[in-house]
Design a protein around this ligand. Structure first.
Ligand code: XIL
Length: 395
């Protein structure tokens, strides 16, 4: 996204000055002195419930309100998946503060699990849209867009599909019906669909899956075509992890997308998940990587950001860990903001108590923007600062 537009309006300057002052230099070249928003910084949009005037803005300045016009700052909406084995299974329906923050802070939502095959298509020919419908309805009530995730994946598939012993022709039919049914149900209501997810393995070769094994690589083009038939206005994305920078895997995607475009397959976007860890170096060339997809005429998006860490024995991240985390969140956002067609940045949950990280990476955690009491971390402040700076046209 290029430098923000300016317009006259009441400011968020007080809150932002305080926030900028609170953000120390993290040793990664971020200079807080350059980050204070101008007094012209306007609120981006009217908050959904209309109750937040300038006073509240000064105190809180939610991310969606400081974001540049047109920019989508999103979150995954927790539920399903790993939460099934945790004490609080469904924060969207059980934790009022969580639910309020989803609408207050974000203008884009992605169901974390409820549009995946195992949740939405649990038995052959039987769909369960209840939970996804709730999220889509909430999004409409709160003036949010929805990212649909995901239509073809190797993971979280129902048993009937994985163990079904179907012929290739049957699988193709099953996939077409699924895509037509799911995309069709939300026609006009989903801004971006992650059509195919994680199709390459870490060697940048095609990943084995129920789809690849039966249908070969053509399943990706077919899935895109079927999704386009069902909702011609949805932006169709391809999505993966470990593709933040220019590397073998992101290059495999780049080459595949060139082939798809040459064949007139409807593909509109490339999504970089952004599951990072402070145990590793920040990936190089993120902006250049986004730019090469942008140059193909694609939208780009950062779709699932969290930044995990190995927790100290007491479970409480150190200040140094939090600063490094803030820097990583910020550097991903900066790369996106610098690229014309990167208009969407989604965090994979915003509160640590609902994160998938401790379940999938034992010993690691604290990967989100807020801690378990919804206290904002430096990473939250950093995103807020960068969004406001872009909006004011200061960068
Ligand atoms: C994760 C969810 O967060 C968990 O709740 C679930 O148990 C497993 O999947 N890449 C993706 C996401 O594309 O769908 C994954 O979400 C995280 C990695």
């Amino acid at each position: 996204m290029r430098a923000g537009r300016t317009s006259s309006a009441i400011g968020v300057v007080l809150a932002l000055s305080l926030l900028a002052a609170a953000c120390g230099d993290d040793g990664n070249g971020v200079d807080p002195e350059e980050s204070v928003a101008s007094p012209e910084t306007p609120p981006t949009e009217t908050p959904p419930d209309g109750e937040e005037g300038p006073d509240v803005l000064e105190e809180a300045a939610p991310l969606r309100q400081v974001a540049p016009e047109g920019f989508k700052i999103g979150t995954a909406v927790a539920g399903g998946g790993h939460h099934e084995n945790q004490p609080v299974p469904d924060p969207f329906n059980t934790d009022e503060e969580y639910r309020e923050l989803v609408g207050q802070e974000f203008n884009s939502v992605t169901p974390e699990n409820h549009l995946k095959w195992e949740m939405v298509h649990p038995e052959q020919g039987e769909y369960d849209f209840e939970r996804a419908d709730e999220i889509v309805a909430y999004a409409q009530d709160h003036d949010q867009v929805v990212r649909g995730h995901t239509l073809v994946w190797h993971s979280q598939n129902p048993g009937w599909l994985e163990a079904g012993d179907f012929t290739s022709e049957e699988l193709r039919e099953i996939l077409r019906d699924h895509i037509h049914t799911v995309v069709g149900r939300y026609k006009g209501q989903i801004q971006q669909w992650d059509v195919a997810n994680e199709i390459f393995d870490d060697n940048a070769t095609w990943r084995d899956s129920v789809w690849y094994d039966a249908l070969g690589p053509d399943y990706v083009a077919d899935a895109l075509r079927w999704a386009h038939e069902a909702d011609p206005d949805a932006q169709l994305f391809l999505n993966d992890y470990n593709v933040e920078g220019i590397n073998a895997k992101s290059t495999a995607w780049y080459e595949l997308i060139q082939d798809l475009l040459a064949d007139d397959v409807p593909v509109h976007g490339f999504g970089i998940q952004g599951h990072l860890s402070i145990e590793f170096a920040f990936p190089g060339n993120v902006q250049a990587n986004l730019e090469r997809f942008d140059a193909l005429g694609l939208e780009t998006a950062i779709t699932e950001v969290d930044v995990r860490m190995v927790l100290p024995d007491d479970g409480v991240p150190t200040e140094q860990q939090l600063q490094r985390q803030a820097s990583d969140f910020g550097r991903l956002l900066e790369a996106c903001l610098a690229v014309e067609g990167c208009d969407s940045f989604t965090v994979w949950g915003f509160a640590d108590q609902y994160s998938w990280v401790p379940v999938f990476f034992p010993g690691e955690g604290a990967a989100n923007l807020m801690d378990e009491d919804f206290t904002r971390k430096p990473a939250y402040d950093e995103l807020q600062r960068l969004l406001a700076e872009q909006r004011s046209g200061a960068s």
